[in-house]
Design a protein around this ligand. Structure first.
Ligand SMILES: [Zn+2]
Length: 375
């Protein structure tokens, strides 16, 4: 039996505190992030590449497997870890792709609509339970009625909370995926929280979810402000030719991060766009002191050449850098919380890196999913 435990390591006056999630002899310190995948694969990297990066868990979404219903992958007899060659990783399973910020179609009390290459598919709670019973992920989030409009009406949000709780109940009380079977297979349930901008609905969602028999301690941690994020943001940035340059420990010389001499901004950019011709003769690494394979071995000039000519290595180097940079960012956050300097460091971060918004023309998806941030 694989027991999931979550412990808060240090209490603080506010809800910012370090924690530790343990499952299958793996420990994930929080706050942290789990690897975003498309179709169970981290874009541009092989599982061998991943083993050199400091991540212990991947997020897999059903939406990317149900072009055909039922998905052929359920015929594979040995579970999702082996199917994806990710046996070393904890697999967190959810229904929708967190990088999609638009609804695919409407949901009803009976199904969630998801978007596939072959069109919209309707997933019922029963379908979802059947698939999880076969995939056997380490953690499964119940189906959630996620609303994608910016400010949905209160009645619709109330319905979303009720539906999500109903689907949680269907998962927890399933005769096919019983408690005994979940224990035997090591499948843990995370309760998805909804409620959008309505505090009372968010509260109802959290309180009602906590009454259910969801994984021990996890929601207590969540209520305490512990968040897990996904890596869809650094992945999308890499796909758009950007190398992340932000860091919580930004004591390095600002000139190391200067993008061009013509920059008039007082702040350091949070990323550099390697497609920009200004990098043609820039022989520095993306970020000095970074220990990723890209920064240790390649220059901005060469990666510019690679991405400009659409060579595959360019994407591999960018994603390798961005994932390590993002993991380091979370490690720095945890240390900052441990040291009691988080609020000061966060303010300095904003002063140094500014509040620049992502360019919507190049970045088309959200930085983290509502579902992931509500874990
Ligand atoms: Zn790097």
């Amino acid at each position: 039996m694989n027991t999931l435990s979550f412990n808060i390591l240090k209490t603080t006056e506010n809800s910012i505190r370090p924690g530790k999630l343990t499952l299958r002899e793996k420990t994930i310190k929080t706050p942290n992030c789990i690897l975003y995948t498309t179709k169970g694969s981290v874009p541009h990297l092989t599982p061998d590449n991943l083993r050199h990066l400091p991540f212990g868990a991947v997020q897999v979404t059903l939406e990317q497997f149900v072009d055909v219903q039922p998905p052929p992958s359920i015929k594979f007899p040995d579970g999702i870890h082996k199917f994806l060659n990710l046996e070393d990783f904890l697999v967190y399973f959810d229904i929708r792709d967190p990088s999609k910020i638009q609804t695919s179609s409407f949901n009803t009390d009976h199904y969630v609509s998801v978007r596939t290459h072959q069109g919209v598919r309707k997933i019922t709670a029963d379908d979802y339970i059947d698939y999880m019973n076969i995939y056997k992920p380490d953690i499964v989030a119940n189906m959630a009625d996620i609303l994608y409009s910016e400010r949905p009406g209160q009645n619709r949000v109330r319905k979303s909370v009720t539906r999500t709780l109903q689907w949680l109940d269907e998962l927890l009380n399933s005769k096919k995926l019983t408690v005994d079977r979940r224990i035997q297979e090591g499948i843990h349930v995370f309760g998805a929280l909804t409620g959008n901008q309505y505090r009372e609905e968010r509260k109802r969602s959290a309180e009602e979810t906590m009454k259910r028999d969801v994984s021990d301690g996890v929601l207590a941690g969540i209520a305490a402000g512990i968040d897990l994020f996904d890596t869809s943001y650094p992945t999308k940035m890499a796909d758009n030719g950007h190398a992340l340059t932000f860091s919580l420990k930004h004591s390095q010389n600002q000139s190391d991060f200067e993008v061009s001499n013509s920059s008039t901004s007082n702040t350091i950019p949070r990323s550099i766009n390697l497609l920009d011709p200004q990098f043609k003769k820039d022989f520095r690494p993306f970020v000095p002191m970074c220990t990723c394979i890209a920064c240790l071995n390649y220059s901005r000039a060469y990666v510019h050449h690679l991405v400009d000519t659409r060579e595959m290595l360019g994407s591999i180097l960018l994603i390798s850098h961005n994932l390590l940079q993002y993991a380091q960012f979370f490690q720095d956050i945890r240390e900052s919380i441990e040291n009691g300097t988080f609020e000061k460091d966060a303010k300095m971060f904003k002063d140094v890196f500014g509040f620049e918004e992502l360019d919507p023309a190049t970045i088309t998806s959200s930085s983290s999913s509502e579902e992931a941030s509500s874990l």
